[in-house]
Write a new protein. Structure first.
Lengths: 526, 384
């Protein structure tokens, strides 16, 4: 391989030494690593906040925190998990994998790549520092509905707005980089319909990001104007419209939901195919399903707002459009099952996570379909049923896919195999933890417990206790994950270039670990 | 592996055991949506169960195939994988069939929604206004008007005393409606967005400042129906329940008459000459109900969000401004106008209480406010 020779003949192209390697790096692998570690740190911080929430809800009554602080915890938990854990983790995976998968030497815009990462820690430092400000951190939920987030917000909201602006800038730069890389730097012979599915999923995700992050920036800018410059975009007393905020927010928010799940679709497609030792079933329908989901995501936003009092016609339109999403999503699930069917399956850790993804994500999809039914949504809306729904698609959905990806590509990245026994243990603990946490939340939601409350009526007590036990199990098992990853990076059985029997794709043709610069000469794709 | 498996099995046993013991001893409605007490709520429940069983059936089918191949198509049992990777007929089939299933769900859902939206003038029209953190009910025809506050004791919430049966779901004044009549709720809010939810009626409508949303119901059975605010509305979002008491039309008429009599008696009280002790005693109760959420029991507030009353210059030495703040609220802050929430007596009492409590009487002028002064304030405002 040309790549192997390349790493020997020019040592100037190795990484710099010390801290400056990470501060000034323009290397897609280094930046990918930075993104992944950063997102893991955020995952632990956001997770610790979730445990504060669950600990308070262990029993009825106020025990551990005050309602005011509880609201800050649920707000920061949501913001950190969405913008700090899931999104950067996917960007990290894109950085590591997209250039290697399309046979490019690096991302197309390496300096911008560095910038888009390094503004992130500052954004989150600013957001977290609001915990220590007078009046406390943002306390209006991650959806920050006006006027609770404007007229009635603590002073720290301004810092929150600035940090959302930075996050948006980072995401847009990351998205541009992905698109430019994929459009211009594919190896000769790699047509669009020959691209690996992870690359496809990220191409679509990147377009979604570019379309909606400016909308989010617009929403927070209007908040800023309302708070400091006397405008009344969302203030009814000044002729504004509080519902307008929700329309703008969810026009961003719904595509954002798919930004957090499309790359997962890509990852899982790779893993299921590899461990079934069978080509992915229905490649082109997979691509078209993702494109349809992405397009539909722009016309379903108001299903988050069925109770704001929209006219009947709007309610019906958004109900029908939302139900329609079940079709392409169903196609994807059927394709994964068909890929496994009559394959030759083994159950290494990535495969366990991928299968759990398919099952539990589908359960989340089922509750999503139920939520789409407007009359029933009047009962589900803003209860724990919704909490159960979106945690099923985000935790055993997005997060399981990220963990699957880490186990699957980690041997490639660091050249060492992880400990399979520990990996499986981590899987089972997470799997049990996630279900014990979130499945009972369906029950307490249906029984009538609203979300975002620090204390609850007595009939919800038993299942809340179960849920809290599950949350602590899930949280604790992530320490094991950290241990496994660190141990694998430090050493372990050497991985072959192919790593997994029959794995397909250009990334498996280079050494494990890959040289600092791969594919300086583009490979041929037939 | 032995350890992993035994951990897994024992956790599973515990989990299933819990589910089983729950369903054996608890009521079914602790696990599922309530059927409710109106035609609409029963229809919504039917819709919910219909969709639920459809997704269960799909789940059994899809996961069935998946689990079968996980069992039968392992590398051990099937060392040579098949090579097929597309099948146009199959793919068209599993696009079309879900589409048909969706239509079968959409039709009844659309019907029910149309019924819920058949909004017309009610026999009784009640305006519901959300405040941080209480509800106000205004009966448009009968002229009755009151606030509904949580009555659960702080000691219960902070685990000092045992929790009552309706912990967090009990109020001082439930909204009363007659059975068999069409009730229309006109829902709005005074400060932030709230949401008015009564599961038994399948009504959940956001209360939005500047907007009036409507919902309607006809309740056949007398009873007490409990719900909660379901839109995050600040610190005490979890502490503003909705309680509806449905009574027979005769009882309803009696209740309206009683409310009017009580309003008349309250007006009489305003004329009385109150002593400082009487006002402080009454004011403490009013303070506990309306003010502690923000200004705290010790009057210290929460720095940066809710100002302290203990030692506040306005409370100590500026009586006119003190009265004005309670009557008008503070623009752009959580402090709302209490002019319509509190009677003249309660208003005077609570201001007097804050001017005398926490050592304020020693530090400031300690002047009391008599109910008559509040009446005068209101009259002067009308003249201007």
């Amino acid at each position: 391989m040309s790549a192997v020779i390349e790493s020997h003949d020019d040592h100037h192209h190795g990484p710099a030494k010390g801290l400056t390697r990470w501060l000034f790096t323009t290397n897609h692998k280094d930046i990918g690593t930075l993104y992944l570690w950063f997102s893991f740190a955020m995952f632990l911080i956001g997770g610790a906040m979730a445990l504060v929430i669950r600990a308070e809800l262990f029993q009825p009554g106020m025990q551990i925190v005050e309602p005011e602080f509880y609201n800050q915890m649920l707000t920061l938990h949501g913001l950190i998990m969405v913008f700090g854990a899931v999104m950067p983790a996917f960007v990290g995976l894109a950085n590591w994998l997209v250039p290697m998968m399309v046979g490019a030497p690096d991302m197309a815009l390496p300096r911008m790549n560095n910038l888009s990462f390094w503004i992130l820690p500052f954004a989150f430092l600013m957001m977290l520092s609001s915990l220590f400000m007078e009046g406390g951190a943002p306390n209006f939920g991650w959806t920050f509905y006006a006027p609770l987030s404007t007229t009635y917000a603590p002073p720290s909201v301004t810092f929150f707005i600035f940090s959302v602006h930075i996050l948006g800038a980072s995401s847009i730069m990351g998205a541009i980089n992905v698109i430019v890389t994929i459009m211009n730097m594919r190896a000769p012979g790699m047509t669009l319909m020959k691209m690996p599915l992870f690359v496809w999923s990220w191409l679509i995700t990147a377009y979604l990001l570019i379309a909606v992050m400016p909308v989010l920036a617009g929403a927070v800018t209007m908040m800023l104007m309302d708070i400091h410059f006397g405008t009344s975009f969302f203030n009814a007393a000044g002729g504004g419209d509080p519902v307008l905020f929700q329309h703008i927010f969810w026009f961003f928010g719904h595509p954002e939901v798919y930004i957090m799940i499309l790359p997962a679709f890509g990852i899982v497609s790779h893993i299921i195919s590899t461990f079934s030792r069978k080509e992915l079933f229905g490649y082109s329908s997979m691509v078209w399903a993702m494109v349809s989901i992405a397009i539909l995501s722009f016309v379903v936003w108001a299903h988050h707002m069925f109770t704001v009092g929209m006219p009947l016609a709007a309610e019906l339109f958004f109900m029908w459009a939302t139900m329609l999403i079940a079709v392409p999503t169903g196609v994807k699930v059927f394709n994964w099952v068909a890929t496994m069917f009559r394959g030759s399956i083994t159950y290494e850790t990535p495969m366990l996570f991928a299968i759990a993804f398919v099952v539990l994500f589908t359960i989340g999809g089922f509750s999503g379909l139920m939520l789409a039914i407007t009359p029933a949504d009047f009962q589900y809306h803003d209860t724990y049923f919704v909490v159960a729904h979106f945690h099923y698609v985000l935790v055993p959905g997005a997060i399981f896919s990220i963990m699957a990806a880490v186990y699957y590509w980690l041997p490639k990245w660091c050249g060492n195999m992880y400990d399979e026994r520990l990996g499986r243990l981590h899987f089972w603990l997470s799997f049990i933890g996630v279900n014990v946490t979130f499945f009972p939340q369906h029950f307490i939601g249906l029984a009538g417990m609203p979300r975002r409350i620090p204390d609850y009526a007595l009939q919800f007590a038993d299942w809340n206790m179960v849920s809290t036990v599950g949350a602590f199990l899930f949280g604790a098992s992530q320490i094991l994950f950290l241990f496994i990853v660190v141990r694998t990076v430090m050493g372990g059985k050497k991985a072959t270039p192919e790593v997994w029997e029959g794995a397909q794709g250009l990334e498996w043709t280079v050494d494990s670990p890959p040289p600092y610069h791969t594919f300086s000469t583009p490979p041929e794709v037939k | 592996m032995f350890n992993i498996r035994s951990t897994f099995i024992s956790s599973l046993t515990i989990f299933l055991g819990l589910i089983f013991s729950q369903s054996a001893f608890a009521e079914w409605n602790a696990l599922n949506m309530t059927e409710g007490v109106t035609d609409i709520s029963r229809e919504v429940f039917g819709l919910h169960m219909f969709i639920f069983w459809i997704v269960v059936a799909i789940g059994v089918l899809v996961f069935g195939v998946m689990f079968y191949s996980m069992y039968a198509h392992t590398k051990k049992k099937n060392p040579e994988p098949a090579t097929f990777h597309e099948n146009t007929k199959l793919e068209i089939l599993w696009t079309v069939i879900p589409f048909v299933i969706l239509i079968s769900m959409a039709v009844p859902a659309t019907n029910t929604l149309q019924k819920m939206y058949a909004d017309e003038e009610g026999d009784i029209n009640i305006q519901v206004v959300g405040y941080q953190w209480k509800w106000e009910y205004k009966y448009l025809e009968d002229g009755v008007n009151f606030f509904s506050n949580l009555t659960t004791d702080q000691d219960e919430i902070y685990n000092q005393t045992p929790k009552g049966e309706h912990y967090l779901l009990e109020v001082d004044e439930p909204v009363v409606i007659p059975t068999g009549k069409r009730i229309r709720f006109l829902i709005t809010a005074n400060d932030v967005i709230h949401s008015w939810w009564v599961p038994d009626f399948a009504i959940k409508q956001d209360a939005i400042p500047g907007f009036i949303n409507t919902a309607w119901t006809i309740v056949d059975e007398p009873g007490i129906y409990r719900g909660q605010c379901t839109e995050l509305c600040g610190k005490n979002h979890g502490f503003m329940p909705v309680v509806v008491r449905a009574v027979t039309p005769e009882d309803y008429d009696l209740w309206v008459a009683e409310k009017k009599q009580a309003a008349f008696e309250l007006a009489q009280l305003t004329e009385k000459d109150w002593t400082m002790e009487e006002l402080v005693a009454k004011g403490e109760g009013v303070y506990q109900m309306n003010c502690v959420a923000c200004h705290q029991v010790n009057g210290a507030g929460i720095p940066g969000i809710f100002p302290a009353l203990a030692g506040s210059d306005i409370v100590l030495n500026n009586k006119p401004r003190n009265v004005e703040i309670l009557m008008e609220g503070v623009q752009g802050a959580a402090m709302q106008s209490f002019a319509n929430q509190l009677s003249e007596v309660d208003m005077a009492a609570v201001i007097t209480y804050t001017r005398r409590a926490w050592g304020n009487d020693a530090k400031g002028d300690g002047e009391i406010v008599a109910p008559k002064e509040i009446v005068e304030y209101k009259e002067n405002k009308i003249k201007i």
